[in-house]
Ligand binder design. Structure first.
Ligand SMILES: Nc1nc2c(ncn2[C@@H]2O[C@H](COP(=O)(O)OP(=O)(O)OP(=O)(O)O)[C@@H](O)[C@H]2O)c(=O)[nH]1
Length: 214
């Protein structure tokens, strides 16, 4: 069973003034928290950024830095500014793997154990015909950007994006999940503390969570 990963890094990050993947987190860039776990687990990955036409040269320099450092794949959204669903599509088109981990670039507490806990559900999903594995909290909130998707999800996703771009709308991730016969797993079974799901959205978050900042 081949596993690969997509790291979504192409949001507008309005609340952080852009540049979310490259905000400083301790000694590194924020996105490197996710990258490091994937490297440790030897999972090949693709980083999906905003369409390159909309990136300034400083951003591109930083992407090149990541490319040289980690020697993995980089791509960008095939449709501009349509949200993470298009990011997933863009990554899935060029990544191999029977199951694909989709992860955000802004969850600095992500760890190996939580990803291993998610991967454990693959056998159940395979035997029962589920096409994605999605953590769900007690309040019903789901984590589709911290999930696993079967390779065949790409066909469903291609169709969905075509339909919705015709309607010229955003592409809701929930619509994709519904079409994939999801296996929902308790977020506590992925990480008892749920810390791995904390994501950084604001300067306040950066300051509060990263004790190395003044
Ligand atoms: N490739 C890609 N990734 C995205 C897109 N939108 C969001 N993401 C990623 O999805 C994850 C969650 O993003 P959000 O926190 O919801 O949005 P954001 O754009 O980062 O931040 P805000 O603009 O402040 O909401 C982050 O890793 C983003 O980089 C997109 O359009 N394309």
């Amino acid at each position: 069973m081949k596993i690969s990963a997509i790291v979504l890094s192409g949001g507008n990050a309005e609340r952080l003034g852009g540049e979310k993947p490259f905000r400083r987190w301790k000694e590194s860039y924020l996105i490197e928290s996710t990258i490091r776990v994937l490297v440790e687990m030897k999972i090949p990955f693709v980083l999906v950024f905003k369409n390159i036409r909309y990136l300034d040269s400083d951003h591109i320099d930083k992407i090149v830095y990541l490319l040289k450092k980690y020697r993995q794949t980089v791509t960008w959204d095939v449709i501009y500014n349509r949200g993470p669903t298009v990011g997933i599509l863009s990554g899935m088109r060029i990544t191999e793997g029977d199951w694909i981990l989709v992860l955000p670039c802004d969850t600095p507490f992500i760890n190996r154990e939580s990803l291993e806990n998610l991967l454990k559900y693959i056998d159940t999903a395979e035997s029962k015909g589920y096409n994605c594995i999605v953590p769900k909290h007690e309040n019903g909130y789901i984590e589709p950007l911290f999930s696993l998707y079967k390779r065949s999800s790409l066909n469903t996703l291609e169709k969905l994006v075509k339909e919705i771009t015709v309607r010229n709308k955003g592409i809701p991730i929930r619509e994709l999940i519904q079409r994939l016969n999801p296996l929902y797993v308790s977020s506590k079974d992925i990480d008892r503390s749920k810390r791995v799901f904390i994501n950084i959205n604001t300067f306040e978050d950066l300051k509060n969570y990263d004790s190395s900042l003044p």
